[in-house]
Design a protein around this ligand. Sequence first.
Ligand SMILES: Cc1cc2nc3c(=O)[nH]c(=O)nc-3n(C[C@H](O)[C@H](O)[C@H](O)COP(=O)(O)OP(=O)(O)OC[C@H]3O[C@@H](n4cnc5c(N)ncnc54)[C@H](O)[C@@H]3O)c2cc1C
Length: 393
Amino acid sequence: MATAALPVARRTIDPDDEAAFLDAIDQWLKRSVIPVVMHHDHNDLWPAELVAEMAEMGLFGATIGREYGGLGLPATTYAKIVMKISAHWMAITGIFNSHLIMAVAIERFGTPAQKAKWLPRLASGEIRGGLALTEPNAGTDLQAIRMTAVRDGDDYIVNGTKTWISNALHADVFALLVKTDPTANPRYKGMSLFIADKRDGFTTGKKFKKLGYNAIDSAELIFDNFRVPADQLIGSIEGQGFFQATGGLELGRINVAARGVGLAEGALRLATGYAQQRETMGKPIAEHQAIQLKLGDMVTRARAARLLTLDAATTYDRGERCDMEAGMAKYFASEAAVDNSQDAMRIYGGYSYSKEYDIERFYRDAMFLCIGEGTNEMQRMIISKQWVKRNPA
Ligand SMILES: Cc1cc2nc3c(=O)[nH]c(=O)nc-3n(C[C@H](O)[C@H](O)[C@H](O)COP(=O)(O)OP(=O)(O)OC[C@H]3O[C@@H](n4cnc5c(N)ncnc54)[C@H](O)[C@@H]3O)c2cc1C
């Protein structure tokens, strides 16, 4: 029996309310974020004050329904918020992305008691969530995970290790994908998703040192005879975890796409400014054809990435399946982020290599977007399969 999943609620927002919210984000970026980005990024420091301000603005409840204390924003507005923030510092959007994917899983697939217990606390930011799918031997091939949960009275006993989990150290609760039947065939039928809060038997491993995406902790989660109450099995039914986890990834991919748009637009903004100030051969480099070709490519990529992302978000807001649209947006926008940050590095010349300029952070942060929420190789296969399915011969 399948979990009784609620369709994604159709959501709209008054354009004036959206504009006011986006304006508040702009003010916050100017006041609080831009002045501290370099310090936190260079020192890989968790931005505690910014996280408190994000909670005050309601960002931890951005896509959670109003009945649970969230803002109930449509995915389109959420994507525009993520684009704005990422145009200055992509990494901090990672603090609420996996949090909101977890919330989506509870809101769509949880029991009424689970929603009432967890969603208001997640929406307020009182507790922060994360998504724990990847294991040392299984990233793309999620069905190969080895973590087990075995029923024991009113609890399940969980053993195994998750890796590369964003917000591992600072989040309080995780959507945890396990095998409740490791012998199931097909393998996905033996997978279940739990709400795992930190308690005895649940420890975090060492924080990874990363190329970029700094200030956001990525670490292992270790479960050693961890007892999780059976009423924290999402939907109170075994065997639905694979679909519950990957269902939430549609919103996650829209988020990653929006991050790619922001990063691509931010790199374009920096390069545009620099190209008009830096002079060679007696004129601004923006007037040299080689630089014009780059700027032309960059602005086109950024614009196309934005349109694809808003198209995916609009489809999501209509309550329709959007794995193809979200996949296309994620794929194109993350590649646009990589290409635009590289082109901006070339436009900056030698100064691109200096830590005194922001552009090197854009370059280090961009590549992660091609990997997270499903690699771009996998996105292309998802897009192709959906395309063929929608166009039978
Ligand atoms: C900074 C960071 C944060 C992360 N945060 C989280 C998190 O919060 N939660 C979480 O659960 N995970 C997280 N991850 C893990 C991430 O989701 C995985 O790294 C990603 O899914 C890829 O898995 P993998 O690294 O095991 O690569 P693999 O699955 O080993 O893939 C290696 C390469 O092979 C390709 N490949 C694999 N299978 C196929 C196939 N069938 N056909 C064609 N090509 C294929 C891939 O595209 C890739 O190029 C994070 C990773 C990073 C780097």
